[in-house]
Write a protein that binds this ligand. Structure first.
Ligand code: F6P
Length: 542
């Protein structure tokens, strides 16, 4: 069986096997199920036994992956082929964390690894100078505040990882992330920092993004205004660095190339945390811990590249997602980290997954005939339990969930961690096994309340467990999801590394902005947009 259309017959086969028994029945017939349906890799234990799958389901799903040419696609990505065809680019975020000192990765015949290593060295030297006080501000004061200005992939990864690795962070320094073009974001940040002690990192792959450049220009004006000097460029030189692929734009902005940390067009924004975009994180946790983060990524990369599909954590995770989205019609999946430090992980995942696979045409440019990327959402547990879990347990939507937890906490206080983890494990148990009407009656639930207190169960969950949230386990976790998303993109047959869908709104906003500030009566939008613009103009007196 081959070809793009035929391959979906494997999903039909998987569905037949999957629908035969409930999760409860599957556990009842096989006491060793948890062991059989789990995978260990790169410090993570992945228990997928509480899914609607048996051996036959998994066999058919793996055949779906094989028939999609996944093996070859993985090699194409790792070896620098230009698999991002609509932008004619290689996709090599894996080269950024390739820790093999002898590795060579060729793009257009040139080995990219020497440049990767050189930038990491430059970042490390600079990060340590900032941390030690060797790099100081214009007036000679130590840098105490670091403000990363960036958006999308130039923000979400650094924010997520900065929060996640707080225990490894230099506590005497404070890190801020300004992304929104809403001036409140910058204003509230500047209220909390002192100009002479602040380093701004302007993070933008293109160095043309409206939000980032507007905020960076405003921050530069604020800094130059606040620190008197004969030559403002000398102030900027001490307080601004650029993280970008665009040398010309960086120079035009006024940052010298010595203060630029480059990366390359083969690093997608949403995959750029291990590149120069991670400089804020490196300053926070130091070059050694950053190297450990890269090592974690690399371990998962190697697992993904070499493990057989039925023992391959990202592949199995991707296949389960496709079973629910395209087999059972689930439109979303929920990411539930049981760790406060991972509070921004769901938001990070949203861009990674939805910007990658939120596509409506296949690689031939034809409308897809299957569901592609799912809607991703989530909140840290246990907070979600007291809010939206009701719907997951008893609502009409099927919502597969990823539960993420750690055996050890960085902050042991009494039995709080045991309670946290007890909740995680209990939720997966409740979702899988539910509670029957008979069980309710046996507990003495009055007959008229039985329907309300019954839990259907059979709700699928994955559990991801690691010893501790460390730079290494975080790197591996991010790589796990990256490769899951990659695998799904291959099976959906979409291009996962472009994002044309964000362009139209950006272009229209430029035209709308011209109309907002102009004082011309004629506007060429639809009647709703025209009226809204007119109302705004009246309100602000234009
Ligand atoms: O608008 C979407 C996007 O292009 C993302 O893909 C990217 O991460 C973000 O904008 C920021 O882009 P840049 O790093 O070029 O400023």
């Amino acid at each position: 069986m081959a070809g793009n259309t035929d391959k979906w017959a494997y999903l039909d086969e998987a569905m037949v096997a999957s629908s035969r028994k409930t999760i409860k029945e599957l556990f009842a017939e096989d006491p060793a199920r948890a062991e059989k349906f789990s995978i260990d890799a790169a410090g993570w234990h992945f228990d997928y036994s509480k899914n609607r799958v048996d051996r036959a389901t998994m066999k058919a799903l793996v055949q779906l992956a094989e028939a999609s040419g996944l093996k070859d696609e993985i090699e194409r990505m790792f070896t620098g082929e230009k698999i991002n065809r609509t932008e004619n680019r290689a996709v090599l975020h894996t080269a950024l964390r390739n820790c093999d000192p002898k590795a060579k990765v060729l793009v257009d015949g040139k080995d990219v690894m020497p440049d990767v290593r050189a930038v990491l060295e430059k970042m490390g030297d600079f990060a340590e100078k900032v941390r030690s006080g060797a790099h100081r501000g214009f007036t000679g004061k130590r840098i105490k505040y670091v403000v990363n200005i960036g958006i999308g992939g130039s923000d979400l990864g650094p924010v997520m990882a900065n929060i996640a690795l707080t225990p490894y962070s230099k506590r005497g320094m404070k890190f801020f992330f300004v992304s929104n073009v809403d001036s409140t974001h910058l204003a509230e940040t500047l209220r909390q920092v002192k100009p002479a002690e602040t380093l701004f990192l302007v993070a933008s792959k293109t160095f043309t993004t409206q939000e980032t450049m507007s905020n960076a220009n405003a921050a530069k004006a604020w800094l130059v205004d606040s620190i008197p000097s004969v030559n403002p460029n000398d102030v900027v030189a001490k307080h601004f660095v650029a993280l970008s692929t665009a040398a010309k734009e960086v120079s035009e902005f006024g940052v010298s190339l010595d203060n630029m940390f480059p990366f390359w067009d083969w690093v997608g924004g949403r995959y750029s945390l291990p590149s120069a975009i991670g400089l804020s994180l490196m300053i926070a946790i130091g070059r050694r811990n950053f190297a450990k983060l890269l090592r974690g990524y690399w371990k998962m990369d190697r697992h993904f590249r070499t493990a057989k599909f039925d023992r391959n954590m990202p592949v199995v995770m991707a296949l389960l997602g496709i079973l629910y989205s395209n087999g059972y019609g689930a439109e979303t999946y929920c990411c539930l980290p049981y760790d406060q430090y991972l509070s921004r992980f769901p938001a990070y995942l949203q861009q990674m997954d939805m910007e990658s696979n939120g596509k409506g045409v296949d690689r031939a440019g034809k409308p897809v005939d299957r569901e592609t990327g799912p809607i991703v959402w989530g909140e840290p547990g246990t907070n979600g339990q007291h809010s939206f879990y009701q719907l997951i347990h008893q609502g009409t939507h099927l919502i597969p969930c990823d539960f993420i937890g750690f055996c050890q906490t960085h902050n042991p206080i009494g039995d709080l961690h045991d309670k946290l983890m007890a909740n995680l494990f209990a939720q997966t148990e409740a979702l899988a096994f539910g509670k029957t009407a008979e069980e309710c009656r046996a507990e003495g639930v009055p007959e008229d309340l039985v329907p309300f207190k019954t839990f259907e169960g059979n709700r699928p969950t994955n559990t991801l467990l690691a010893d501790k949230l460390t730079p290494e386990s975080l790197g591996a976790l991010v790589a796990l999801y990256e490769h899951k998303v990659f695998t799904q993109g291959v099976i959906f047959n979409v291009y996962s590394f472009d994002q044309w869908g964000v362009q139209l709104g950006k272009v229209l906003a430029k035209g709308v902005l011209a109309d907002l500030v102009a004082n011309k009566p004629e506007m060429r939008h639809d009647s709703s947009t025209n009226a809204l613009i007119a109302r705004y103009r009246r309100a602000v007196g234009r």
